[in-house]
Write a protein of this length. Sequence first.
Length: 496
Amino acid sequence: MFFQPFYPSPNRLRLYFSAWTVLTGSARALAFGIVLFAALSFLWIFAYGMLNNLAASVYAWSKDSMPVVANLIASADKQIRHANTKWIQKDAGLGVLRYEFYIKEKKEWAAFLKQQYPNAEFSNDGHGFLKAKVNTGKESSAWITVSDYQPVFSNTAVAYQSVKGIYLSGSSATPQKISFFIQYLKKGHGNGIVYDVKDVTGYLNYPTIHGDVKNVQKGIRAPIPSLKKLHARLGKEKIYSIARVTLFQDEVLAKSKPNLAIHLQNGKPLLVKGRPIWVDPYKKEVRDYNLKIIWEVIHSGVNEIQLDYVRYPAEGNWKQARYAGLTDHYEKPRVLAGFLQQVHSLTSAYGVKLSIDIFGVVAWQEKLDIKSTGQDMRILSQAADVLSPMLYPSHFENGFGGVASPGDHPYEFILTGIQKLQDISGETVIRPWIQAFAWRVSNYNAQYIEKQIQATFDSGETGFLLWNAGNEYLSFRMPEEKRKRAALKSNFSGSL
């Protein structure tokens, strides 16, 4: 167990109480002892119950599965006493539903499911989950997971909705260098750090304990010696920690295990700039590999897991690729959402937030972008606490939305992108990536950053992340937060 505090047994408490009264012999001590005994007994019972609870999540995919899940939840409410029962998110139009609750016994839950649905398929996935698939004749109708509930207690006071962070590479998050960035944040520049646990090439920046993961990494020396010490230090400084894990763009894994790479219909690997860098999101071995890393990071005391490259390739000859488990490109969101739901069940059970990075242009939800990447945000947003769109103005093509040079319109692109995602994703927090680099910008300076932050605040959101690949950040003035959604300025001539 990750967290195992000391709770004295009732017999030991009675012994302490007797010793107290014998030594003092006073009525006041007797009264105090009774109160102390009652309080400690209550805390012991409460903590014991919490640490032995299990967290369960129910996800439904299609409209056809909604009646099944509704009946399942209604029956469960009557037959099992839950410590905490609540709806998380529901979209009846799409049939995407998430329901989370806590139970006492995994065996009790399995018995209940078998009674309600004799055709349910049960399995243990090796990551602490009991999985049950309930079929209605439609594919992937409902998926239920149960995992050990062992909350990870964080010592930072930062609310996840208001994280204002900077990105660091693994080499910048070392004990020798982290102090510089902590001081930068403390000068009024923010309260959070996102750092690479697994970078865009697939290399890990910490020493893993998993043998099969080590075999893929082939002895690469990790720059961060201890994730627990890093997160403890950030927590002590009241800095919110976000561990970034790149998922399906993973050249290290693709080269180590070529059978996991995405291949073309002719059997050759899909190449991007002459290299196989993409692994197939559907394949179980790809998912298990990443789940082992995520599980390990969760137990290091991190505040949040951030998943990047939660998508299919939009580069190379992707239209001619052969994707496992798919008959059509528009099935990609289903595959991505299935994995996200599994990760979200895990992070939720441990009190860790889950965020996902998405293409900035995906906020406009054009069909071609969904077809290539699979990032249909009506669906993926249901399985995350935070969405972080990469709304870098310079990354939009010249002429996009009638804007000749998007890189020179930081306020408009950030505000519009966030508002479009707000309309799609409901209550999910939007925490945008802010452009903190000069590429394709005619006048990059501190004010360029401030305009993007102001746009974020004007959208009603209160958090953001600065991106600079070299981790070189300008000093800037933090704008005043606003919680009322604003409109684009009347002098803007584009049609975003």
